[in-house]
Design a protein around this ligand. Structure first.
Ligand code: ADP
Length: 467
């Protein structure tokens, strides 16, 4: 609980007049301004019960979500506001930040430009820079060929199932995380007799959590490749948003598709979107959806999900409902940590391995990229390669990528919000770890020193944890 005298008085006043909307809204806004995000969220939710249509309350709640990296939840609350073309520009700006957080750069850019056109005071050069489309590489021919594309499955009706081209060898570090996935996901399928002999049954899902861009999707895709399984990736927010009214049908179809492609890794991104919506306006409908999701996960018939390995990822694990954690469901949580210096060097090595290289000093680049996650490092390498490509075209011959190329781009790049994420995680973890669910996150939160607060932490070891 924040111990600020002004806030304390406000909180007291709100406690005495719980139905006083202006007061509650003011308290919520103060909490937001002062950065008490989890408490601000609670207060905005309470205000929303009093005034479900109040645009300021909705926008405030959305901001609390965005600043806690709960982008799916932010978009969900903003949805009714954004449907009105006359919505407040601030709502549009928040939508831009949430869309960017979800990786939809084009959608984010549209929202951002619309908001700033209507209210120029909202201009945010840092955000605008991240929305600028990267220059497209000019017909990249070998040796600067783009990353190996993942081969699509042959079934033309089934555009969502991929054959994964990456394996654990493409994932730098995270040995403990890989090991835990191997035991949980791969061994039961590769050696079913062994598992049966110990009375273990395959099944149940693993929830990967960690800051955006740390490699959760990459890891899930690699697990599929490691197993030679098909990979189906589903953004839960898509299922919920795109097919309002037929989300149940979509969920069922998704699971059925996975069963048709077994062995298959079925990956749900943004699984918090489902959980966050349980408390929103469309409650009855979302409860039904959660139940349906859980029923599919449990498998309608006994062996329904044999050979279907369910992974889910979230940036906001604190929103996941307890019902998801029961045995046989997402009964194991795996923390995908932000990389420390040696892990960053290993990621850079993997990202650069198919490029023509001068002698590289990845450690030097790792040193100046404190606070960068895998996705940020990929951005650095992509941009350095594009520049080199243009230089090669001018020179008429391929020029090798150098350490300096990477350093130049890295120094001009701002990383995504790992520090902010760890701050949010801290709010939740410090006071909610009675069950030990967050044990593996604790060292990352406690040992805060240095620029990102990650110095002295354990690197990309990661470890498995039980709920
Ligand atoms: P998340 O799902 O956690 O938001 P992603 O899996 O999308 O993050 O990571 C973004 C990109 O960063 C990946 O496509 C991959 O290229 C790179 N990356 C992240 N972590 C690693 C890693 N440990 N090893 C190699 N590449 C990585």
């Amino acid at each position: 609980m924040p111990d600020d005298a002004g806030l304390h008085a406000l909180r007291e006043a709100a406690r005495l007049s719980p139905d006083n909307l202006p007061l509650r809204r003011h308290l919520a806004e103060q909490l937001l301004t002062k950065g008490y995000l989890a408490e601000a969220e609670t207060e905005f939710r309470a205000a929303l019960v009093l005034a479900p249509q109040d645009p300021d309350v909705i926008t405030g709640l959305a901001e609390a979500f965005v600043r806690q990296s709960a982008y799916g939840a932010a978009l969900s609350v903003l949805e009714p506001l954004l449907a009105d073309p006359g919505h407040a520009p601030r709502a549009g700006l928040l939508a831009a930040r949430a869309l960017l957080g979800e990786g939809d750069v084009a959608g984010a850019a549209r929202r951002y430009h619309d908001a700033v056109a209507r209210d120029p005071s909202l201009a945010d050069p840092g955000l605008a820079e991240r929305l600028t489309p990267q220059p497209q590489p000019v017909t990249p021919a070998p040796p600067y060929a783009p990353e190996t594309p993942l081969n699509r499955a042959e079934d033309p009706d089934d555009a969502e199932a991929e054959r994964s081209g990456v394996t654990f060898a493409d994932v730098a570090g995270m040995e403990a995380v890989k090991e835990s996935l191997r035991v949980k996901l791969l061994l039961p399928v590769q050696q079913p007799e062994l598992f049966a002999a110990f009375g273990k049954r395959a099944g149940g899902g693993v929830l990967l959590y960690g800051p955006p861009g740390a490699g959760k999707t990459h890891l899930a895709r690699a697990a599929a490749g490691e197993l030679g399984a098909a990979f189906i990736s589903v953004g839960l927010a898509d299922i919920l948003d795109m097919y309002i009214g037929s989300s149940e049908r979509n969920l069922r179809a998704t699971f059925e598709m996975a069963r048709r492609h077994r062995p298959c890794v079925l990956f749900f991104d943004e699984v918090d979107a489902l959980a966050a919506r349980r408390s929103d306006m469309r409650q009855a409908h979302t409860r039904q959806l959660v139940n349906q999701f859980l029923a599919e996960l449990d498998g309608v018939e006994e062996h329904a999900n044999e050979g279907v390995l369910v992974l889910a990822a979230t940036n906001a694990p604190w929103y996941i409902d307890a019902a998801f954690r029961r045995p046989g469901r997402f009964d194991q949580m795996v923390f995908v940590p932000p990389p420390d210096a040696s892990a960053r060097a290993a990621i850079l090595r993997i990202l650069c391995r198919d490029k023509p290289l001068a002698e590289m000093d990845y450690d030097a680049v790792a040193k100046v990229t404190d606070g960068f996650v895998g996705a940020d490092l990929k951005g650095v390498v992509d941009r350095a390669v594009e520049t080199k490509l243009r230089q090669s075209i001018s020179a008429g011959r391929p020029l090798p990528l150098t350490t300096n190329d990477l350093l130049t781009v890295a120094q001009a790049t701002r990383p995504t919000a790992v520090k902010e994420w760890l701050g949010t995680a801290r709010n939740y973890v410090l006071h909610a770890n009675d069950s030990g669910a967050w044990d593996e996150l604790m060292p990352w939160i406690d040992g805060k020193t240095g620029k990102t607060g990650m110095t002295g932490m354990k690197g990309m070891k990661g470890s498995k944890g039980r709920w």
